[in-house]
Design a protein around this ligand. Structure first.
Ligand code: CA
Length: 233
């Protein structure tokens, strides 16, 4: 069970998050102002904070800074403001991720899972190793057989989302939510980026190595030598 602190002044959004996240088995606490939220962060030590940027008492960006001064708890910003400068400032202030209103609950839970996975892996600087592929999240770099891969931002995010659960088939819907923050996006977006990623990994859909597509389900990242083992066994 994840304990989640919701800092949100809008009563209806606060209640919806409280109810929805509680129904999914999380322990939810709420605060209606920045100051009350800060007190809850310090007093209750939640696992994740959902923070509305538009609060009545203290600016959300200031709240992030005050949380960061005291705690490494993952902070997901919730905002009605869908503009990049605000998001960049929020992330620079120490937020871990964000969702934009209006959001759907599965979008929020996908972000919570993602930040929890990152925080549970902790400050480890160990790269994820899959066969000859090394993925290093802190520096956002990947190498294949020692050669640095030139990956665009989304390509790295996609590779990393798969690398975080090696061997597990991840649905395109989940990838759209985690990599693109879209709940109603097109599978085609994922397909296109997968084909670019394949090319950079030196493989094709006809002759896959690391990226194993499971028709109608999704895709997973695997060690190609395991694939060979399976074929021969
Ligand atoms: Ca607000």
């Amino acid at each position: 069970m994840t304990s989640i602190l919701v800092i949100e002044d809008d009563p209806s959004i606060r209640a919806a998050l409280d109810r929805g996240l509680s129904e999914r088995g999380h322990h939810v606490q709420t605060a209606a102002s920045g100051i009350a939220g800060l007190e809850a962060v310090l007093g209750d030590r939640p696992d994740v904070v959902l923070l509305d940027l538009g609060l009545p008492d203290v600016d959300g960006l200031t709240v992030i800074g005050m949380i960061r001064a005291a705690s490494a708890v993952p902070v997901i910003v919730i905002t009605a403001v869908d503009d990049d400068p605000t998001m960049v400032r929020a992330l620079d202030s120490g937020a871990d991720d964000y969702v934009v209103k209006p959001f759907r609950l599965d979008q929020v839970t996908a972000r919570i899972r993602a930040v929890m996975r990152r925080s549970q892996r902790g400050a480890t600087t160990e790269p994820i190793r899959v066969g000859e592929l090394l993925i290093h999240e802190p520096t956002r770099t990947a190498t294949l057989a020692g050669e640095q891969l030139e990956l665009a931002r989304r390509e790295f995010d996609l590779l990393f989302a798969l690398a975080e659960r090696v061997g597990v088939v991840v649905s395109k819907r989940t990838l759209l939510a985690e990599v693109w923050q879209q709940v109603d996006g097109s599978d085609r977006t994922v397909d296109v980026h997968l084909s670019w990623l394949r090319r950079k990994l030196g493989e094709t859909a006809a002759e896959p190595r690391y990226l194993d597509s499971v028709r109608g389900v999704g895709v997973r990242l695997i060690d190609p030598t395991d694939r060979a083992d399976r074929k021969t066994s």
